[in-house]
Design a protein around this ligand. Structure first.
Ligand code: HEM
Length: 178
């Protein structure tokens, strides 16, 4: 009798077992994120937007931005810094599984804003953006080396390079966690 009950319970379980090809995300209520068809970016949770999120005040005047090749030059340097970092074995694992399309845009905006090239920064604040990432001082140095390489490739004069780095140094306090 007991055996029959167990057998029929097992049978019921087997009947309820999902068929092959089951959508496990749907089964567990995981929502698959879709890239925006226009921007190519994944959606992020809402947050207050402000230039204050850039973490520092911008430089005045157009001369510095010109040394970086204007807005286009700045965007290229930010994107190149991201590409180099994504391919850099020292820090690549930190970038894996994050949205590099969005990072290229927001980092470009931040550099553009800080260099006084007239952009608004629409990304998250630096503490929120890097929370729980476990970025170390050595990771920070690796990223700065990649930025320096990108600026060198773009032939940004040394003095102008140092002015951007000077803005990033205090910001790094909100990024480095160990
Ligand atoms: C002063 C130095 C740094 C600045 C100015 C900076 C700037 C930024 C900006 C503007 C964002 C985008 C925020 C947003 O999209 O809302 C971001 C995100 C990110 N940063 Fe940094 N960053 C710095 C250092 C680093 C370092 C050292 C690493 C790792 C080695 C790193 C890894 C990342 C990653 C993986 C994201 C994507 C976060 C996400 O998608 O949620 N950052 N950073």
């Amino acid at each position: 009798m007991l055996l029959t009950a167990t057998a029929s319970a097992l049978l019921m379980l087997m009947q309820q077992a999902p068929a092959e090809g089951t959508d496990w995300d749907a089964e567990f209520g995981v929502e698959a994120k879709q890239r925006d068809p226009v921007t190519g970016e994944f959606p992020v949770d809402p947050y207050p937007q402000s230039n204050a999120n850039a973490g520092a005040a911008p430089y005045d005047g157009a001369g510095l931005a010109a040394a970086f090749g204007g807005r286009e030059g700045i965007a290229r340097i930010a994107a190149r810094t991201v590409d180099l970092s994504e391919a850099d074995p020292r820090i690549a694992p930190i970038f894996a599984s994050h949205d590099m399309v969005r990072l290229k845009r927001t980092l470009g905006e931040q550099f553009c804003y800080l260099l006084g090239a007239g952009c608004d920064y629409t990304g998250r604040d630096m503490k929120t953006a890097h929370a729980q990432m476990g970025v170390s001082r050595a990771d920070m140095n690796a990223l700065v080396e990649n930025l320096q390489a990108a600026m060198r490739e773009a032939r940004v004069p040394f003095a102008a390079q140092n002015r951007l780095l000077a803005k990033l140094a205090p910001i790094s306090r909100d990024v480095v966690e160990r």
